[in-house]
Structures are given as C-alpha cells and as structure tokens.
Design a protein around this ligand. Structure first.
Ligand SMILES: [Zn+2]
Length: 448
C-alpha cells in the first residue's frame, strides 16, 4: 500500500496549516488554519461572512481545491491545537468533506465556537473529542493516537497514525516544556516507543529552526519569573499596569492572574479574543481566575471597565489584546487615546509577546510603543518565551522518533532548509529521506 503526504498549506509560510495523508484509499486531514498576515488581520478580526474561494485567492486559507484530484475518501479531519493558523479555516473548509472532526476538548470547544459564528456555510461534520493518550479507529487500516505535547496553548497534541505501512507522526506545533502549570510535560516515553515501533514519516514544525542561536527553548517557568520581577513592585504603587499577551496563551494569562491575585488588584481581561479563549477555558476548568475577575469582549463593556480603571488605576490590572500594535485592537486604541483609559506618566505597560516578524507588525508595534512612551508610560518588552522548539529540541526529537523520512513544515523555505541541514547532521539526506515540499506538492512512499 502506498502512503502519500500532501502539503496543502503551511509549507511556504507560517500560517494556514493543512496536510493530508493518504494511506491506500483512505485520507486523514491534519489542521485547517488561516494565514493572519495575508488579510492583515489579527486575533480579533472576523472572517465569518467571507466566502472560501475568495479567502483561498487571497492566500488566507489553504487551497484545498487540489483535494478534488486526490483519489480516496477522507475519513477524519484531525486538529492539533486551538491556534488560528491550525483551526481558523475549519468553518470554511470542513463542510466539503463527509468526515468527523477530531480534537481535544479545549480545541474542540474553540472549533465549535468558530462553527457557530460562521455565516456562509452549513456544518454537518460529526464532532469527536479525543484526549491526549487516547486512540481511536479511523478505518480498518488506520488508528489515530493523540500523544501529549506542550506548546503555547493547553491541550496541544501530536497525532500519530498507526498503519500497516508504519506510523506517521504529525508534530505541528510543539516545544519541550517540563514546567507548565496548566499542562503536563510532553510524553517523551511514548515518542520513544513510537520510534521503536517504526515511524515511516514525521511531519515537523520548523518555526525556530533557522534561529541558530536558539538552542533550547526556555520553559514557561522563565516567563513566569520575568513577569513577576517586572510586575511585583509596580502593582504595589498607585500607577496603572497594563499587560498584553496572546489571548490564547492561557499558561501566560494564568501566570499574570496569579501575580495579580497576590497583589490584591482586580484582574480585567479585555478584548474580543481574550473573552473567547478565557471564558471557554474557565468553563472547562483549565484556567482558574479569581472570582472578581472581569472578562469583557464587547466594546461597550470594555469601555465601561476602562472608565472604572481610569478613575481607580491602583485597583486594577488590565490584560489586553493588541500586542502586535494592530491599529483596531485594544492596546493600540488605548495608546491612541481612543478609549476611556488615559495612559499617564508612570503607568506600566508590559508586552508579553515578541514582535511576530513582518514589516507591518514592526511598524505597528513601533508606532504603538512611541505613543505609549509619549504619554509617559514605562514599557517592558519581550517578557516572553517561545512556544516552538529550538534546534537542540529538534535534534532530541529526531533521535526519539527515529523516523525513516522527515518532512519539515510550518515555515518558509529558509526555515525548512535550516531544519534540513540539522537533519543532515543527524544522518538524513535531502531528497533521499528528508523531503522539502511546497504548498500543493506531495511525497509518495511506496510500500516500504
Ligand atoms: Zn500553534
């Protein structure tokens, strides 16, 4: 039986991840994400009214029209974690396939929310929740297993497909973090067992592979310490404190919440996506927020909360969206004096996120920081650690999995190539057993 890995999206960029695996006549799809950069959109934007062909043309969602020419039946659509570059296109694409959607509980809750908001398409796919460590039969020849991993959102998994041709591992995205508070460490033992059983191919996230100085990605524990060091003193004063981070980064939000709790300040989580990710996480018992926390996503509610915080700034800590400086997100609007909260000299702004490197983001961030500074704010940037594996983590993983073939993904050509060089150090050879694919290309393994 032949196995084919079809690169649908995410092989020329960071964004719109989608990979199809064809085993004999059965197909399993991994992820259906969006590319935020392409639309100049961000976590708070809504694409609910847009048509999929329009979005494909703009490069916002994967071009899955090539699936028409793939001879086989889609048996499952499997999601790794709840980031938009992995689940954001589900409502636009999944309805075209008669197949169940499989994800961990939190990822599924986010998928359901996306589906409910969809205005263009009707959705009939059955939803099947699978926890990490569990398996489920996809077809006569395929069993899906969710192996626990860590990333910058809870309940991220590395799916493994057990087939008669060997195991196919789809590790997109991951880091090796042994000290998160909301997630257990990755299941290294299981990865090694899979390696011993026989991995035919592993598809791997290469986001940081080209960063040669990033040897091992630091744990979230480091981010917790940085945040505590920055925030502890300011929280005792009567100045305002604003923190901005990824709304989906619950581990980080939990850390900020714990620091706020010790300070007796009241936590306000503000922004549309902040409300979406945090409310669901609290409902599922993943995130534990103090009872008096305010979570607001609508603009009126946000403004009322900001007005209260403006008058009593020593009583609150604001956690907002807008870490990239996107003009219509909350922190940039605060910086531009477009809200009821006026930044004053001595206020603290902690940016717990890196600049995601695109010219637009750099320009937006720069403008926002300049405006905040001109209002007299003290700004702390880079209170952050990455959610993606560094080069030595990759080396470790290559040795654990001992895959016959490697396929780098989740990056541009520079990242895919940097990973390839690393794999060659580990004995792989480009074109022989490590394969660089571009969107729309496929790699076939014939009955090995
Ligand atoms: Zn991710």
């Amino acid at each position: 039986m032949s196995v084919e890995v079809i690169a649908v999206g995410g092989y020329e960029e960071i964004g719109k991840n989608m990979t199809a695996i064809k085993i004999g006549g059965d197909i399993v799809i991994f992820d259906m994400g969006i590319n935020l950069d392409r639309l100049h959109i961000h976590e708070d934007t809504n694409i609910e009214k847009m048509h999929s062909l329009d979005l494909i043309e703009r490069g916002v969602i994967p071009n899955d029209t090539l699936m028409k020419d793939v001879n086989g039946k889609v048996r499952a659509i499997v999601f790794t974690h709840g980031h938009l570059d992995h689940i954001g296109a589900v409502a636009k694409l999944a309805h075209r396939y008669e197949a169940p959607i499989i994800a961990t509980p939190y990822t599924m809750a986010l998928i359901e929310k996306t589906i409910k908001g969809e205005k263009k398409f009707k959705f009939k796919n059955p939803l099947k929740v699978l926890n990490s460590g569990e398996k489920c039969q996809i077809s006569q020849d395929i069993t899906l297993e969710f192996v626990r991993t860590t990333h910058s959102i809870p309940q991220a998994v590395t799916p493994a497909l057990h087939t008669s041709e060997g195991i196919i591992v789809y590790s997109n995205d991951f880091k090796f973090d042994n000290h998160q508070t909301l997630s257990l460490p990755p299941d290294y033992q299981r990865f090694r067992e899979l390696g011993e059983k026989g991995v035919l191919a592993a598809i791997i996230d290469t986001t940081r592979a080209a960063e040669h100085d990033q040897v091992k990605t630091h744990s979230e524990k480091i981010a917790r310490i940085i945040l505590k060091d920055i925030m502890e003193e300011p929280l005792k004063g009567d100045n305002g404190v604003i923190v901005t981070t990824f709304a989906s980064h619950l581990e980080r939000i939990q850390a900020i919440s714990n620091i706020a709790n010790e300070s007796n300040r009241k936590l306000l989580l503000l922004g549309r996506s902040m409300e979406r990710y945090c409310t669901l996480a609290e409902k599922l018992g993943i995130l534990e927020l103090p009872d008096n926390t305010g979570v607001y996503g609508g603009s009126k509610a946000i403004n009322r909360a900001l007005a209260r915080a403006d008058e009593n700034r020593s009583e609150y800590i604001l956690v907002t969206t807008g870490h990239q400086g996107e003009p219509d997100a909350l922190l940039p609007r605060i910086a531009n004096n477009k809200t009821m909260f006026n930044v004053k000299p001595g206020d603290y702004v902690v940016i717990s996120a890196p600049v995601i490197p695109s010219p637009l983001n750099r320009a937006n961030r720069n403008t926002m920081e300049r405006r905040l500074k001109s209002s007299g704010a003290r700004i702390f940037t880079n209170a952050h650690v990455s959610g993606h594996a560094g080069r030595e983590d990759h080396r470790e993983f290559i040795r654990m999995l001992n895959a016959k073939h490697l396929i780098p993904t989740h990056g541009n050509l520079e990242m895919l190539t940097a990973y390839t060089e690393l794999a060659e150090e580990e004995g792989y050879k480009l074109g022989n057993n490590i394969h660089i694919l571009r969107n729309g290309q496929a790699q076939v393994f014939n009955g090995e």
